[in-house]
Ligand binder design. Structure first.
Ligand SMILES: Nc1ncnc2c1ncn2[C@@H]1O[C@H](COP(=O)(O)OP(=O)(O)O)[C@@H](O)[C@H]1O
Ligand SMILES: [Mg+2]
Length: 295
Protein backbone atom coordinates (compact mmCIF):
# COMPACT_ATOMS: atom_id res chain seq x y z
CA UNK A 1 0.00 0.00 0.00
CA UNK A 2 1.24 3.45 -0.83
CA UNK A 3 2.22 5.60 2.11
CA UNK A 4 0.40 8.88 1.70
CA UNK A 5 2.93 10.73 3.83
CA UNK A 6 5.66 10.05 1.34
CA UNK A 7 3.51 10.12 -1.77
CA UNK A 8 2.77 13.82 -1.35
CA UNK A 9 4.74 15.66 -4.01
CA UNK A 10 6.92 18.27 -2.37
CA UNK A 11 6.37 20.70 -5.21
CA UNK A 12 7.03 23.66 -2.95
CA UNK A 13 10.34 22.22 -1.94
CA UNK A 14 11.27 21.57 -5.56
CA UNK A 15 10.33 25.10 -6.61
CA UNK A 16 12.34 26.49 -3.74
CA UNK A 17 15.27 24.30 -4.61
CA UNK A 18 15.24 25.24 -8.24
CA UNK A 19 15.07 28.90 -7.34
CA UNK A 20 17.97 28.33 -4.97
CA UNK A 21 19.92 26.67 -7.74
CA UNK A 22 19.45 29.47 -10.20
CA UNK A 23 20.41 32.01 -7.64
CA UNK A 24 23.24 29.78 -6.61
CA UNK A 25 24.55 29.47 -10.15
CA UNK A 26 25.30 33.16 -10.08
CA UNK A 27 26.67 33.25 -6.56
CA UNK A 28 30.22 32.67 -5.48
CA UNK A 29 29.86 30.07 -2.73
CA UNK A 30 28.36 27.06 -4.52
CA UNK A 31 26.34 26.28 -1.39
CA UNK A 32 23.06 24.46 -1.85
CA UNK A 33 19.96 24.97 0.23
CA UNK A 34 18.86 21.59 1.55
CA UNK A 35 18.83 17.85 1.16
CA UNK A 36 16.16 15.64 -0.35
CA UNK A 37 13.91 13.09 1.34
CA UNK A 38 14.00 9.55 0.00
CA UNK A 39 11.63 6.68 0.67
CA UNK A 40 11.85 3.03 -0.18
CA UNK A 41 8.50 1.27 0.10
CA UNK A 42 8.30 -2.50 -0.04
CA UNK A 43 10.93 -2.81 -2.75
CA UNK A 44 11.50 -6.32 -4.07
CA UNK A 45 13.75 -7.30 -6.93
CA UNK A 46 14.16 -10.57 -8.77
CA UNK A 47 16.69 -11.24 -11.49
CA UNK A 48 16.33 -13.86 -14.18
CA UNK A 49 19.66 -15.52 -14.81
CA UNK A 50 20.98 -16.53 -18.24
CA UNK A 51 19.67 -20.03 -17.60
CA UNK A 52 16.17 -18.70 -16.96
CA UNK A 53 16.26 -19.17 -13.18
CA UNK A 54 14.47 -16.45 -11.23
CA UNK A 55 16.44 -15.28 -8.22
CA UNK A 56 14.91 -12.97 -5.66
CA UNK A 57 17.53 -10.56 -4.33
CA UNK A 58 15.46 -8.01 -2.40
CA UNK A 59 12.31 -8.86 -0.44
CA UNK A 60 10.13 -5.95 0.57
CA UNK A 61 12.80 -3.49 1.67
CA UNK A 62 11.39 -0.34 3.28
CA UNK A 63 13.07 2.67 4.88
CA UNK A 64 13.07 6.46 4.77
CA UNK A 65 15.94 8.87 4.58
CA UNK A 66 15.23 12.32 6.04
CA UNK A 67 16.48 15.53 4.43
CA UNK A 68 20.17 16.01 5.20
CA UNK A 69 20.38 12.71 6.98
CA UNK A 70 23.43 10.48 6.48
CA UNK A 71 22.40 6.84 6.18
CA UNK A 72 24.84 3.96 5.83
CA UNK A 73 23.65 0.65 4.41
CA UNK A 74 25.65 -2.40 5.42
CA UNK A 75 25.28 -6.03 4.55
CA UNK A 76 27.32 -8.96 3.32
CA UNK A 77 28.69 -9.21 -0.20
CA UNK A 78 25.99 -10.24 -2.65
CA UNK A 79 23.20 -9.13 -0.31
CA UNK A 80 21.79 -6.74 -2.90
CA UNK A 81 23.26 -3.44 -1.69
CA UNK A 82 24.15 -2.26 -5.18
CA UNK A 83 20.77 -3.44 -6.45
CA UNK A 84 19.07 -1.36 -3.76
CA UNK A 85 21.17 1.71 -4.55
CA UNK A 86 20.35 1.36 -8.25
CA UNK A 87 16.66 1.28 -7.37
CA UNK A 88 17.09 4.42 -5.21
CA UNK A 89 18.89 6.12 -8.10
CA UNK A 90 16.16 5.28 -10.61
CA UNK A 91 18.59 3.15 -12.62
CA UNK A 92 16.65 -0.07 -12.13
CA UNK A 93 12.91 -0.54 -11.77
CA UNK A 94 12.05 -2.75 -8.79
CA UNK A 95 10.02 -5.90 -9.46
CA UNK A 96 7.53 -4.51 -6.94
CA UNK A 97 7.39 -1.63 -4.49
CA UNK A 98 8.16 2.04 -4.96
CA UNK A 99 10.92 4.56 -4.42
CA UNK A 100 10.17 8.24 -3.83
CA UNK A 101 12.42 11.26 -4.14
CA UNK A 102 10.98 14.25 -2.29
CA UNK A 103 7.55 12.68 -2.59
CA UNK A 104 7.69 11.97 -6.32
CA UNK A 105 7.81 8.36 -7.55
CA UNK A 106 11.23 7.56 -8.99
CA UNK A 107 11.01 6.13 -12.51
CA UNK A 108 14.27 7.58 -13.88
CA UNK A 109 17.36 9.11 -12.22
CA UNK A 110 16.15 12.19 -10.30
CA UNK A 111 17.76 15.33 -11.58
CA UNK A 112 18.87 16.45 -8.13
CA UNK A 113 20.67 13.25 -7.29
CA UNK A 114 24.32 12.33 -7.86
CA UNK A 115 26.08 9.00 -7.62
CA UNK A 116 29.61 7.98 -6.74
CA UNK A 117 30.50 4.42 -7.70
CA UNK A 118 33.10 2.15 -6.21
CA UNK A 119 35.12 1.80 -9.37
CA UNK A 120 36.45 5.29 -10.13
CA UNK A 121 38.64 3.92 -12.92
CA UNK A 122 35.51 3.04 -14.85
CA UNK A 123 33.44 6.07 -13.87
CA UNK A 124 35.95 8.68 -15.08
CA UNK A 125 36.54 9.15 -18.81
CA UNK A 126 40.27 8.56 -19.41
CA UNK A 127 40.35 10.67 -22.58
CA UNK A 128 38.90 13.72 -20.84
CA UNK A 129 40.76 16.12 -18.58
CA UNK A 130 39.76 16.25 -14.93
CA UNK A 131 37.86 19.47 -15.54
CA UNK A 132 35.95 17.99 -18.49
CA UNK A 133 35.10 14.94 -16.38
CA UNK A 134 33.76 17.16 -13.60
CA UNK A 135 31.69 19.35 -15.90
CA UNK A 136 30.29 16.45 -17.94
CA UNK A 137 27.10 15.94 -15.86
CA UNK A 138 26.56 19.71 -15.71
CA UNK A 139 25.60 19.67 -19.38
CA UNK A 140 22.31 18.16 -18.26
CA UNK A 141 21.63 21.37 -16.35
CA UNK A 142 22.30 23.54 -19.41
CA UNK A 143 24.40 25.98 -17.40
CA UNK A 144 26.55 28.61 -19.07
CA UNK A 145 30.16 27.55 -19.75
CA UNK A 146 31.57 30.04 -17.21
CA UNK A 147 29.21 28.73 -14.49
CA UNK A 148 30.24 25.15 -15.29
CA UNK A 149 33.88 26.15 -15.06
CA UNK A 150 33.37 27.90 -11.75
CA UNK A 151 31.40 25.00 -10.21
CA UNK A 152 34.11 22.62 -11.38
CA UNK A 153 36.98 24.62 -9.90
CA UNK A 154 35.08 25.16 -6.63
CA UNK A 155 34.33 21.44 -6.34
CA UNK A 156 37.92 20.47 -7.13
CA UNK A 157 39.16 22.97 -4.53
CA UNK A 158 36.67 21.55 -2.01
CA UNK A 159 38.16 18.06 -2.41
CA UNK A 160 41.70 19.42 -2.17
CA UNK A 161 42.52 19.17 -5.88
CA UNK A 162 42.53 22.83 -6.79
CA UNK A 163 45.15 22.77 -9.52
CA UNK A 164 44.77 19.56 -11.47
CA UNK A 165 41.92 20.46 -13.84
CA UNK A 166 44.13 20.03 -16.90
CA UNK A 167 45.44 16.59 -15.86
CA UNK A 168 43.99 13.32 -17.11
CA UNK A 169 42.57 10.77 -14.63
CA UNK A 170 45.23 8.20 -15.48
CA UNK A 171 47.90 10.64 -14.30
CA UNK A 172 46.43 10.53 -10.77
CA UNK A 173 46.56 8.08 -7.87
CA UNK A 174 43.51 6.00 -6.99
CA UNK A 175 42.65 8.26 -4.05
CA UNK A 176 42.91 11.36 -6.24
CA UNK A 177 40.72 9.78 -8.92
CA UNK A 178 38.06 9.05 -6.33
CA UNK A 179 38.32 12.67 -5.18
CA UNK A 180 37.67 13.72 -8.78
CA UNK A 181 34.59 11.46 -8.84
CA UNK A 182 33.42 13.10 -5.60
CA UNK A 183 34.14 16.57 -7.02
CA UNK A 184 32.06 15.71 -10.07
CA UNK A 185 29.14 14.77 -7.81
CA UNK A 186 29.57 17.94 -5.70
CA UNK A 187 29.84 20.26 -8.72
CA UNK A 188 26.46 18.97 -9.80
CA UNK A 189 25.08 20.43 -6.54
CA UNK A 190 22.85 17.48 -5.73
CA UNK A 191 20.25 17.42 -2.98
CA UNK A 192 21.09 13.76 -2.48
CA UNK A 193 24.33 11.88 -2.91
CA UNK A 194 24.40 8.09 -3.23
CA UNK A 195 27.72 6.29 -2.90
CA UNK A 196 28.35 2.61 -3.53
CA UNK A 197 31.35 1.40 -1.53
CA UNK A 198 33.15 4.58 -2.53
CA UNK A 199 36.38 3.95 -0.65
CA UNK A 200 36.75 0.22 -1.13
CA UNK A 201 39.62 0.52 -3.61
CA UNK A 202 41.85 2.98 -1.75
CA UNK A 203 44.41 2.49 1.01
CA UNK A 204 43.49 2.86 4.67
CA UNK A 205 44.95 6.36 5.16
CA UNK A 206 43.26 7.70 2.02
CA UNK A 207 40.08 6.02 3.12
CA UNK A 208 39.90 7.86 6.43
CA UNK A 209 40.83 11.13 4.68
CA UNK A 210 37.97 10.60 2.22
CA UNK A 211 35.54 9.74 5.02
CA UNK A 212 36.35 13.06 6.68
CA UNK A 213 36.17 14.85 3.35
CA UNK A 214 32.63 13.54 2.78
CA UNK A 215 31.58 14.59 6.29
CA UNK A 216 32.97 18.09 5.69
CA UNK A 217 31.31 18.34 2.27
CA UNK A 218 28.00 17.21 3.73
CA UNK A 219 28.12 20.07 6.24
CA UNK A 220 29.13 22.54 3.55
CA UNK A 221 26.66 21.48 0.86
CA UNK A 222 23.82 20.23 3.10
CA UNK A 223 23.06 17.07 1.14
CA UNK A 224 21.20 13.93 2.07
CA UNK A 225 23.70 11.07 1.80
CA UNK A 226 23.24 7.33 1.46
CA UNK A 227 26.43 5.30 1.46
CA UNK A 228 26.69 1.57 0.92
CA UNK A 229 29.65 -0.02 2.63
CA UNK A 230 30.66 -3.33 4.08
CA UNK A 231 32.98 -1.59 6.55
CA UNK A 232 31.10 -1.41 9.83
CA UNK A 233 33.44 1.09 11.49
CA UNK A 234 33.06 3.36 8.50
CA UNK A 235 29.27 3.03 8.58
CA UNK A 236 29.06 4.00 12.26
CA UNK A 237 31.74 6.70 12.02
CA UNK A 238 30.07 8.55 9.16
CA UNK A 239 26.34 8.11 9.58
CA UNK A 240 23.31 9.22 11.56
CA UNK A 241 21.73 5.81 11.04
CA UNK A 242 22.92 2.40 9.93
CA UNK A 243 20.55 0.12 8.04
CA UNK A 244 21.62 -3.50 8.33
CA UNK A 245 20.54 -5.71 5.45
CA UNK A 246 20.57 -9.44 5.66
CA UNK A 247 18.97 -12.66 4.66
CA UNK A 248 18.47 -14.21 1.31
CA UNK A 249 16.41 -12.68 -0.16
CA UNK A 250 17.47 -9.49 1.54
CA UNK A 251 15.37 -7.32 3.78
CA UNK A 252 16.07 -4.74 6.49
CA UNK A 253 17.21 -6.66 9.55
CA UNK A 254 17.90 -3.80 11.92
CA UNK A 255 18.15 -0.03 11.95
CA UNK A 256 20.68 1.43 14.36
CA UNK A 257 20.58 5.10 15.36
CA UNK A 258 24.03 6.61 15.65
CA UNK A 259 23.75 9.37 18.25
CA UNK A 260 27.36 10.48 18.12
CA UNK A 261 26.72 14.15 17.34
CA UNK A 262 27.59 16.06 14.20
CA UNK A 263 31.29 16.47 14.86
CA UNK A 264 33.23 13.29 14.18
CA UNK A 265 36.94 12.75 14.61
CA UNK A 266 38.81 9.62 13.54
CA UNK A 267 40.66 9.26 16.83
CA UNK A 268 38.27 10.78 19.36
CA UNK A 269 34.99 9.39 17.97
CA UNK A 270 36.34 5.91 17.38
CA UNK A 271 37.63 5.74 20.97
CA UNK A 272 34.27 6.61 22.52
CA UNK A 273 32.59 3.76 24.43
CA UNK A 274 29.37 4.66 22.58
CA UNK A 275 31.14 4.15 19.24
CA UNK A 276 32.44 0.74 20.30
CA UNK A 277 28.99 -0.27 21.53
CA UNK A 278 27.31 0.86 18.30
CA UNK A 279 29.89 -0.95 16.21
CA UNK A 280 29.27 -4.14 18.19
CA UNK A 281 25.50 -3.77 17.79
CA UNK A 282 25.86 -3.44 14.00
CA UNK A 283 28.39 -6.26 13.79
CA UNK A 284 26.13 -8.58 15.79
CA UNK A 285 23.20 -7.77 13.51
CA UNK A 286 25.29 -8.41 10.37
CA UNK A 287 26.64 -11.71 11.67
CA UNK A 288 23.38 -13.14 12.95
CA UNK A 289 22.77 -16.24 10.86
CA UNK A 290 19.88 -16.33 8.42
CA UNK A 291 16.90 -18.02 10.02
CA UNK A 292 17.95 -17.03 13.55
CA UNK A 293 14.66 -16.58 15.45
CA UNK A 294 15.99 -13.33 16.95
CA UNK A 295 16.67 -11.98 13.45
N1 LIG B 1 21.87 -7.72 -13.62
C1 LIG B 1 21.85 -8.83 -12.87
N2 LIG B 1 21.38 -10.00 -13.37
C2 LIG B 1 21.34 -11.11 -12.62
N3 LIG B 1 21.74 -11.17 -11.33
C3 LIG B 1 22.22 -10.04 -10.78
C4 LIG B 1 22.31 -8.81 -11.52
N4 LIG B 1 22.83 -7.85 -10.71
C5 LIG B 1 23.05 -8.45 -9.52
N5 LIG B 1 22.70 -9.75 -9.56
C6 LIG B 1 22.79 -10.70 -8.45
O1 LIG B 1 22.07 -10.17 -7.35
C7 LIG B 1 22.77 -10.42 -6.14
C8 LIG B 1 23.01 -9.12 -5.40
O2 LIG B 1 23.95 -8.35 -6.15
P1 LIG B 1 24.43 -6.92 -5.68
O3 LIG B 1 23.26 -6.00 -5.60
O4 LIG B 1 25.53 -6.51 -6.60
O5 LIG B 1 24.97 -7.23 -4.22
P2 LIG B 1 26.00 -6.41 -3.28
O6 LIG B 1 26.17 -5.06 -3.86
O7 LIG B 1 25.38 -6.44 -1.91
O8 LIG B 1 27.28 -7.21 -3.29
C9 LIG B 1 24.03 -11.18 -6.50
O9 LIG B 1 23.79 -12.55 -6.30
C10 LIG B 1 24.21 -10.87 -7.95
O10 LIG B 1 24.86 -11.94 -8.60
MG1 LIG C 1 27.80 -4.01 -4.52
Amino acid sequence: MRDTRTAQPASQHIARTQAGRLQNAGASTGLVDSGARMSVRGVSKSYTTDRGVVKQVLASVSFDVAPEEFVAIVGPSGAGKTTLLRALAGLMPPTSGEVYFDGSPVTAPPERLALVFQDYSRSLMPWMTVEKNVTLPLRRKKLAKEVQKRLSSEALAAVGLGDIGTHYPWQLSGGMQQRVAIARAIAYQPDALLMDEPFASVDAQTRSDLEDLILALKKQYRMTIVVVTHDIDEAVYMSDRVIVLSGSPTSVRQVVDVALGTHRDQLVTKSLPEFVELRNTVLTAVRRPVGDPTA
